[in-house]
Write a protein that binds this ligand. Structure first.
Ligand code: CAA
Length: 253
């Protein structure tokens, strides 16, 4: 069977790669469970001093729409990735998302759990869930406004458009943009710099910054609101339309 998530260590740097190129690295429950397994390995490995999260081609085109179409609210709640994403966010080492191609929906939400985001020039990021009759459910409505401000986050979430790498840099969604062929080396350079900092102080600084967010309740409430949308006709229509490659017809129910 295809190895959907790859993990290797390059010296003291962990490199986690989503490997489902045919579906633009869409996040199925299986992919997220595998990410979770790798995170447990990383957590237990004292040697790993920083983590790069990346993919080849496209970072990730969001949660797997095909798998979500027919879900009801309870199943949607179980499908959701918040626990794994919270685990990544709270890892005791610095994390870097190296983003190329599309980082959409749950894909961008994955990148938002990392401490740093570097993009290649071809990157396109967005939270298009609204165009599917739902909203972001894996931290997007909580983490994005904190990062880029409410007005811009509302524009991205409520209009559901994509933005290019240079605009993502301008609004502070990513901290650097580099040519695609330099993306991994650039992430590695930053990871090595971070790995050279004192481990305990680094962990404490990250923990203290993350503590200031006090967002656990907001993330849980977001998940509840998100799952509730799976009782609507618009969610079914939006996702069926994506699968059928047609425009959705929303009825507001
Ligand atoms: N889920 C499942 N399959 C997906 C997918 C996704 N999120 N994104 C892409 N794919 C699949 C397509 O179905 C297609 O498969 P087939 O070849 O079998 O038809 C293949 O990947 C290539 O996609 P396209 O033919 O659409 O390629 P494109 O170049 O025209 O467009 C794209 C690329 C802009 C990424 C487009 O595929 C797209 O818009 N994808 C969906 C993005 C999205 O809406 N993400 C949010 C998902 S919901 C979510 O993430 C919820 C949450 O908050 C947790």
């Amino acid at each position: 069977m295809e190895n959907l998530v790859l993990y290797e260590k390059v010296g003291v740097i962990g490199v986690l790669k989503i490997n489902r190129p045919k579906a633009f690295n869409a996040l199925s429950r299986e992919v997220v469970d595998l990410i979770d397994e790798k995170l447990e390995i990383i957590k237990a490995d004292e040697e790993v001093r920083a983590l790069i999260v990346t993919s080849d081609g496209n970072f990730a085109a969001g949660a797997d729409i095909v798998a979500m179409v027919e879900l009801g609210p309870e199943e949607a709640s179980k499908f959701l990735f918040s626990d794994t994403f919270n685990k990544l966010e709270n890892l005791g080492i610095p994390t870097i998302a190296a983003i190329c191609g599309y980082a959409l929906g749950g894909g961008l939400e994955l990148a938002l759990t990392c401490d740093f985001r570097i993009a290649s020039e071809d990157a396109k990021v967005g939270l298009p869930e609204i165009t599917l009759g739902i909203m972001p459910g894996a931290g997007g409505t909580v983490r994005l406004p904190r990062l880029i401000g409410e007005a811009k986050a509302k524009e991205m979430i409520m209009l559901g458009g994509q933005i290019k790498a240079d605009e993502a840099l301008r609004i502070g969604l990513v901290s650097k943009v580099v040519p695609k062929e330099e993306l991994f080396d650039e992430a590695m350079k930053l990871a090595e710099k971070l790995a050279a900092r004192p481990k305990l102080a680094l962990k404490a600084a990250k923990k203290s910054i993350n503590n200031g967010r006090e967002q656990a309740n907001a993330i849980q409430r977001e998940a509840d609101i998100w799952s509730g949308l799976f009782a609507t006709q618009d969610q079914k229509e939006g996702m069926r339309a994506f699968v059928d490659k047609r425009k959705p017809q929303y009825v507001g129910k």
